[in-house]
Design a protein around this ligand. Structure first.
Ligand SMILES: N[C@@H](CCC(=O)N[C@@H](CS)C(=O)NCC(=O)O)C(=O)O
Length: 211
């Protein structure tokens, strides 16, 4: 069975849980304690050169890191990855946009504000995150104004990838009110069959362990 080295509050891990749920793939879930460097090292030792979650371990023991690489691997041969080469490249275009423009702003702001509770300490840096993240959200909003999903009528792994941190952006202090198309898309995504919320620890399928 697939095994996911996971952290419940991580959007990068949630992307993988969300896609696994859409694909109805059973998996074992191993919670990695991100607040302890030693426990994280022990859990991930030999499984990833990068030292971060998520990590997906396959049945044969091979391991894959980087959330979007994992999404790509899992989505091959499913409706979440188009077969047309140009549409595949557009999927990658949005997944790179997610890692370059959204995640470093939305995820980091949320980490400072909600997880580490250090908003005051990062006050100046947060302003820069809100500005750069706001620019990225505007790009996304303009794109979604005339589309149901990022590539058109059906959601792809790019939607799953971008949904993860965008739907919790307000936890980090972003205001999604100005981005009507983004908000409508978030609602559409959450209504898809197979959708699971980020903190649904009891979602059907996975077997859970702590490490
Ligand atoms: N680009 C990576 C980022 C992975 C990442 O930053 N993981 C975080 C949790 S969201 C982590 O393991 N942090 C522990 C650390 O940085 O020490 C991905 O998309 O998977």
């Amino acid at each position: 069975m697939l095994r996911l080295y996971d952290a419940p509050l991580s959007g990068n891990c949630y992307k993988v849980r969300l896609l696994l749920s859409h694909l109805e793939r059973p998996y074992e879930r191993v919670d990695v304690n991100l607040l302890s460097a030693e426990s994280r090292r022990e859990s991930l030792e030999g499984r990833t050169p990068i030292g971060k979650v998520p990590v997906l371990e396959l049945d044969d023991g091979r391991c894959l890191a980087e959330s979007n690489a994992i999404l790509w691997y899992l989505a091959r041969g499913t409706p979440f990855l188009p077969t047309d080469p140009f549409a595949q490249a557009q999927t990658l275009q949005w997944m790179f946009f997610e890692q370059n423009n959204l995640e470093p702003n939305l995820a980091v702001a949320r980490q400072w504000v909600v997880i580490l509770k250090e908003a005051e300490r990062h006050r100046e840096a947060l302003k820069a995150k809100y500005e750069a993240g706001g620019t990225a959200l505007s790009v996304l909003d303009r794109h979604l104004e005339r589309r149901r999903f990022l590539l058109g009528q059906q959601p792809s792994v790019a939607d799953v990838s971008i949904y993860a941190y965008t739907h919790v952006a307000e936890e980090g202090g972003f205001d999604l009110e100005p981005y009507a198309a983004v908000r409508a898309w978030l609602t559409r995504m959450a209504k898809r069959p197979g959708h699971v919320p980020m903190e649904d620890a009891e979602a059907p399928g996975p077997v859970r362990q702590e490490r």
